[in-house]
Design a protein around this ligand. Structure first.
Ligand SMILES: NC(=O)c1ccc[n+]([C@@H]2O[C@H](COP(=O)([O-])OP(=O)(O)OC[C@H]3O[C@@H](n4cnc5c(N)ncnc54)[C@H](OP(=O)(O)O)[C@@H]3O)[C@@H](O)[C@H]2O)c1
Length: 304
């Protein structure tokens, strides 16, 4: 079968798209691809200046791209509320919500609202954002929510007795990252069930990039490790333009169906072109998904 590339992206004229973490890595590549196809793209960034720099970079090669930078800090629920309120002032529709932003393997820390930071940023911030934007998604024919997970979901274990590693108990940076990426998948499947039950014309889809050369690895180790890691990464792992293909396909391919998961077709799912892939069994567990949903509504205060 032919490989899916950005050449397969249809015209996106008239479509409104939000990309969280759009200033860097996979998000940046996604904003660029959407912009080149004529979409109106909101680059939702925690740093507006980094967002403006990234936008200028895209405009160098695509001068007509319609990109707006807006401030969004997923690690601060008041920022999520403010972002969504600002967006709704000027938009009645949202065709694609690409929940892409993330942090990986940081030391134990808390978001502004006291949530363990990797889960707070990667899952709970996106859960809140999606919930607050439900009305505009509902108002948009064939809209999509795409959540970006990782192969690391396979290392994730749900422990509802100590979900947030309270006071750092049991915390290891890889455990919290794996859990957050498992949560991205559990959320996707529960959200798809929610859309079906409530007769939304919206679908929920997940994607993972395999391994891809981005800034995500910059939190690991000190300067020495970073100096060694960077040249190795550019030699052995795929560029961000390839890593972005699964989330792009999940968000725009007309053949995509709700509840699908896209990732690279290469050995071990580490690199290649996007195809439907399967998560592990834990990601499909309906009981975990329901419990996570209830916990997420409670801790974020966002009711669906
Ligand atoms: N690269 C890989 O190999 C790989 C593998 C598996 C999964 N993923 C997933 O891919 C997604 C994108 O990561 P990437 O590889 O493109 O990494 P990246 O280059 O580090 O980009 C991450 C983006 O998320 C933003 N972000 C971080 N914390 C945020 C917050 N609190 N509020 C709003 N935005 C925030 C970052 O903003 P700043 O620029 O301000 O830091 C940046 O724009 C993540 O969900 C990651 O888990 C990546």
């Amino acid at each position: 079968m032919a490989k899916w590339t950005t050449d397969n992206i249809p015209s996106l004229a008239g479509k409104t798209i939000i990309v969280t973490g759009g200033n860097s890595g996979l998000g940046f590549q996604s904003v660029k691809a959407y912009g080149e196809k004529g979409a109106h793209v909101i680059m939702a960034c925690r740093s507006v200046s980094r967002g403006e720099e990234a936008k200028d970079e895209i405009l160098k090669t695509c001068k007509n791209a319609d990109i707006v930078v807006m401030q969004l800090d997923l690690a601060d629920l008041s920022s999520v509320r403010k972002f969504a309120a600002e967006f709704k002032k000027s938009h009645q529709q949202l065709h694609i919500l690409l929940n892409n932003a993330g942090i990986m393997m940081v030391p134990y820390g808390l978001t502004k609202d006291g949530i363990e930071s990797q889960q707070g940023t990667n899952h709970f911030g996106h859960f809140a954002l999606t919930g607050i934007l439900l009305d505009v998604l509902k108002n948009t024919p064939e809209s999509r929510v795409v959540n970006v997970s990782s192969l690391a979901h396979k290392q994730g274990v749900m422990d509802f007795d100590n979900l947030l590693f309270d006071d750092g108990k049991g915390y290891a940076s890889f455990k919290a990252y794996g859990r957050s990426k498992l949560e991205n998948l559990l959320f996707t499947y529960e959200l798809q069930r929610y859309f079906e039950t409530n007769r939304f014309d919206t679908i929920a889809v997940a994607a993972h990039p395999g391994t891809s050369n981005t800034n995500l690895f910059s939190h690991i180790g000190g300067n020495l490790l970073q100096a060694l890691l960077k040249p190795l990464m550019s030699l052995f792992i795929q560029p961000s333009s390839m890593g972005a293909l699964p989330e792009l396909r999940a968000s725009v391919d007309p053949d995509v169906r709700g509840g699908e998961f896209y990732g690279p077709d290469g050995r071990g799912g580490l690199k290649g072109y996007p195809v439907i892939v399967q998560p592990n069994n834990a990601a499909k567990d309906k009981e975990s998904a329901r419990k996570l949903w209830e916990f997420s509504e409670k801790i974020t205060g966002v009711k669906y």
